[in-house]
Design a protein around this ligand. Sequence first.
Ligand code: 3H9
Length: 704
Amino acid sequence: MSDQVTLTRDGDIAVVTVNNPPVNALGTAVRQGLVRAMDDIDADTSVKAAIIIGEGRTFPAGADIREFGQKPQPPALWEVCTRIEETTKPVIAAIHGTALGGGLEISLGAHYRIADPKGRVGLPEVLIGVMPGAGGTIRLPRIIGIAPALEIMVSGRQVPAQEAHALGIIDRLAETDLLDDAKTFARALIAEGAGPRKTSDRTEGLGSDAENAAALQAARDGIVKKAKGLYAPARMVDSMEYSLSHSLLEASHYERDAFMSCLGTPQQQGLNHAFFAERASSKVPENGRAEPRPLNKIGVIGGGTMGAGITVAALNAGLNVTMVERDDESIAKGRQNVEKVYARDVQKGRKTEDQKAAIMARYIPSTDYADLADADLIIEAVFENMDVKKEVFGILDKVAKPGAVLASNTSYLNIDEIASATSRPQDVIGLHFFSPANIMRLLEIVIPSKASDDAIATGFALAKAMKKVPVRAGLCDGFIGNRILAKYGAAAAYMVEDGALPYAIDEALVNFGYPMGIHAMGDLAGLDIGWSNRKNKAASRSNDTRYTGTIADRICENGWFGQKTGKGWYVYEAGSRRGTPNPDIDAIITQARADLGITPRDFTEEEIIRRYLAAMINEGAKVLEEGIALKPSDIDVTFLFGYGFPRYRGGPMKYADMYGLENVLNDLREFEKEDPKFWKPAQLLVDMVEKGETFDDLNKRALA
Ligand code: 3H9
């Protein structure tokens, strides 16, 4: 057959096994092997039924994404699915793991489907900027209906086997061993004389022509609009509509063309990059050199928003957590903060009272540091002040067991200095969570100069257990994310001083794909955070750089800290998270411009984006140059998962590649004329443009 597809026999049942680790992706050899297997099954009169199953952890999880953009090799996946459907003996797909994309399409080409109850199915192509291209838009609606099929495709979600069974995608759930149960299913079909049941001939999911047309229109009006500028969803609806009035062959060609029209678009490139960047971020040298230390019991110092969020993330990962606060009142609040999250889960039906109780049983609140003596890893989430942090680490040094990893959640402070408060700097790392820590997936793992490889590997193991996306960050002010944020935040502040309205900047960012603009985001996070930061740094501020806080400080001086005070850049009606421009801001801006001697000028949306992104990319290049980030895709991951950068643009460094590094450099050169210090291009960027390199080249080199 092929190394990746084998055909074995059990009496009159043929078993076709796909073996292409790690996820049995449907690469060329698998596709060829499947077609050959179907030919053999048809030719062999002693075969009465066939089963397709995946070896290892999963049924095929889709087309081989790495082949996208390369010259297509025959047979096309849609042809394979149709070939399976045309097989003259009943074919059963036996699904375990994740039958996604082309994997689900293969199973829809089969005549029957049985699934492991823990399995999941889905058509997540939209998440990588494409659409089903092997019959998904043709076959799925015929079984389950247009609206449910589109919901699955447009969301890209993984549907649990039970739900897929209830929807009619899966015929049977396995009760014992998947392959044994599939054989029992096959024998029953043989005994009944049941022949092939072609999905493309089925119609039970469809309604009358008028009903189908209404469902398609509703999809266009609803879910497709919600897909926020993504290209693929509308093409899925087109393809589905076309298939309702055309032959399978015509519909397959139409769907294939629609799929091909998604390939190579900037959105597909961005999303594809995001997929691999996310998986590459934990590929760090320390993980190759050392094994993580055991992780069962976690300590968290601090029960505020951040400490409680970290506690919930750890509890959700199945870990035991001891939370320490300084007194009874604070720990009671800490406990409340944790309970609140689970109470909401119960209220929303996401958890039962029993599940909540079982989780809370792993949570120990305490006011005594000695209770951390058996913790494997302790995360400090106290007030952002060096003296306070050093005091905490001094205590931890005394109470923690040897080998415990001691982590600081600081977002700016020098962790080398924090580690100096202990006698074991090799055990100290930074774990910079983002708020709310139980929801935000980014975790910067910050590497102080003396941290040992296994302490760092333990940080990555914790991230994996918590289902976080870890990014390795070197030590500097703000690490990767906040350091770069400070630069583009400054670019935005200068634009407001120079003439742009904060609302125009926010609108430009939303149009670019951000869920909200930087000023709305500031209101959400609390404007007092930046204010206090600026005050802390006032002493060390140099006079030769333009101050970024002139306007923001004046807003804070009025006691307007954003959503929590009902007023900031925007005004918020009681209970509302959507603001309208604060009418008092205009006067503050006008006064600040007058004080600074600035004559305001106009900014187009295009210029706003150019400045914002140039500041971001340039600082990203400096972060790379200094080795703070190991590779450009780590910066992308940081901004995709921590700062709302639109995923379909791939992240700032991927965006830079697509925009053209030479264009970025030209923008910087243009802005440099007005402020040579702020806009000075990173040497790395200059060198890369000279050599004709891209950030993707650096990614490849880092991963080689
Ligand atoms: C499609 O099917 C189009 C068709 O409709 C039409 C075609 C004409 N290809 O995520 P993990 C790699 S589009 C190649 O860490 P997990 C992944 O990069 C496809 N490689 O594991 C990683 O490599 P490495 C529709 C793939 O257990 C390794 O496998 N399908 C593919 O956390 C392990 O992955 C999808 O979009 C692939 N399709 O999650 C599914 N998938 O070890 C995308 C994975 O070198 N995949 N790899 O870093 C996923 O969602 C998850 O990988 C999955 C496993 C849930 C399967």
